[in-house]
Design a protein around this ligand. Structure first.
Ligand code: XLS
Ligand code: NI
Ligand code: NI
Length: 438
């Protein structure tokens, strides 16, 4: 096979923090044990097919700039097959243990659903060979229910029943091939499941349909013996004005309301959290508190651009806070750190794909080491424990156990007159404490 990455070594090595080689890891050392597990198993890095191998780097003001010499832009099956070879070459050099794809990233859409399925089967056979040869695994699969014009008004929430049926058939196939490839999970991102205006929208009916759609997916998953979790990926807007899966709390409420919670976890994406007006740590904690933190789409936005710029994460403060939540929940099981991120339009060369992933992997490796050090140090946790210590007394325990009434609490507090001054929250001290470890 042609070497499409000249100058890039067959394997990106760990050079250590002193290395000045842009094609070496400074912090990601896959075999190094942190908090009882090798870094590789903590982080479970995954490369996304769509941004890394299928994104031409266009923006609303200009065409794609990406130089991808292996891609003839033809949309032929042959081109798609060649792309799989390059994708696995890339992932092998990077040492990424996982990847993720949409059905339409890997195989061209045909004129009919049957033709699209046939294309997909051909590519999946090749992906399977590559997986077996390299040991690289599928973190999750998904269906693209947003690019084709038929989905302009939604897929599972389309006002038109034939569109719903088409989407259902497409998802059936996407779950089937995910299972065929041994995928660890399957993701639903509701790209166009929302609205542009409520004037033409029956929201209640659309939400009922979405729930029916997901229930059928659960039934199908059981019928073929696919045991991986389903993930919902929250995002509040873009492309629609309002997406129903707007944030972690909204997703959890929807899943509970429709009796779907036991079948789903959440796949939390940093830039989506920002668009929802939350910090990533907030979204992770909401999901983790519900026992539903499944996986993350690791990227970041630009604070000065209010859209889903999907940049590679390089901010150590951000990755540290992600890893604090993930370590505290005991680490990933089926999920991982999936780079749903793209290089900038200005970074159009193939080697930029390496720089981007190496930087993201190093940022998460550092975040992991720093979070582990903060947890071992224990002062942060001790502070939070102490802050709630009054709840560990007799009264707190009784309230938490549901053994008190408002009247009991009135009888308790009345003789005291008022509550004495509460201790300081010490935010600045704790921010400084985190910085000790950075
Ligand atoms: C888009 C989403 C998408 C999902 C997969 O904003 O992040 O890439 O992860 O459909
Ligand atoms: Ni995503
Ligand atoms: Ni996104």
């Amino acid at each position: 096979m042609t070497d499409y990455f000249p100058g890039v070594p067959r394997r990106i090595e760990y050079g250590g923090p002193q290395s000045r080689n842009p094609l070496e890891f400074k912090h990601y050392n896959p075999d190094e044990v942190v908090a009882g597990r090798p870094m590789r198993d903590h982080l479970r890095f995954s490369v996304v097919y769509w941004h890394t191998f299928s994104n031409p780097l266009a923006d609303p003001f200009g065409v794609g700039t990406a130089l991808r010499p292996w891609d003839d832009g033809s949309g032929s099956l042959e081109n798609a097959l060649r792309k799989t070879d390059v994708a696995f070459d890339f992932m092998e050099r990077l040492g990424a243990p996982f990847y993720a794809f949409h059905d339409r990233d890997v195989a061209p859409e045909g004129k009919t659903l049957a033709e699209s399925n046939k294309n997909l089967d051909a590519v999946v056979a090749r992906l399977k060979e590559h997986q077996q040869r390299t040991g690289i695994r599928l973190l999750w699969g998904t269906a693209n229910l947003f690019s084709n014009p038929r989905y302009a008004q939604g897929a599972a929430t389309s006002p038109y029943v034939d569109v719903f049926a088409f989407a259902a058939a497409q998802v059936r196939k996407a779950i089937e091939v995910t299972h065929e490839l041994g995928g660890a999970g399957y993701t639903f991102w509701g790209g166009r499941e929302g609205y542009s205006t409520l004037l033409n929208t029956n929201m209640k009916r659309e939400l009922d349909h979405l729930a029916r759609f997901l229930h059928m997916a659960v039934d199908y998953k059981k019928s073929i013996g696919f045991n991986g979790p389903f993930y919902i990926e929250p995002k509040p807007k873009e492309p629609t004005k309002h997406q129903y899966d707007s944030d972690a709390a909204a997703c959890l409420n929807f899943l509970r309301e429709y009796g779907l919670l036991e079948h789903f976890k959440l796949n939390i994406e940093t830039n989506h959290a920002t668009l929802a007006g939350h910090e990533m740590q907030h979204e992770l904690e909401v999901a983790a508190a519900a026992g539903a933190l499944g996986s993350i789409d690791a990227n970041t936005g630009d604070p000065l651009l209010g859209w889903d710029t999907d940049q590679f994460p390089t901010d150590i403060y951000l990755t540290t806070r992600c890893m604090l939540v993930i370590l505290k929940m005991g680490g990933f099981t089926t999920g991982g750190v999936n780079f749903d991120a793209k290089v900038r339009r200005e970074s159009f060369e193939p080697v930029d794909l390496f720089h981007a992933h190496i930087g993201g992997m190093d940022a998460f490796a550092r975040g992991l080491k720093i979070a582990d050090a903060i947890l071992r140090d224990g002062r942060l946790d001790a502070f939070v424990r102490q802050r709630y210590a009054s709840w560990d007394g007799e009264l707190g325990r009784r309230i938490e156990a549901g053994q008190t009434t408002l009247g009991d609490l009135e009888a308790y507090i009345l003789p005291k007159g008022d509550v004495p001054q509460c201790p300081s929250g010490r935010q600045e001290m704790l921010e400084n404490l985190i910085n000790e470890f950075l």
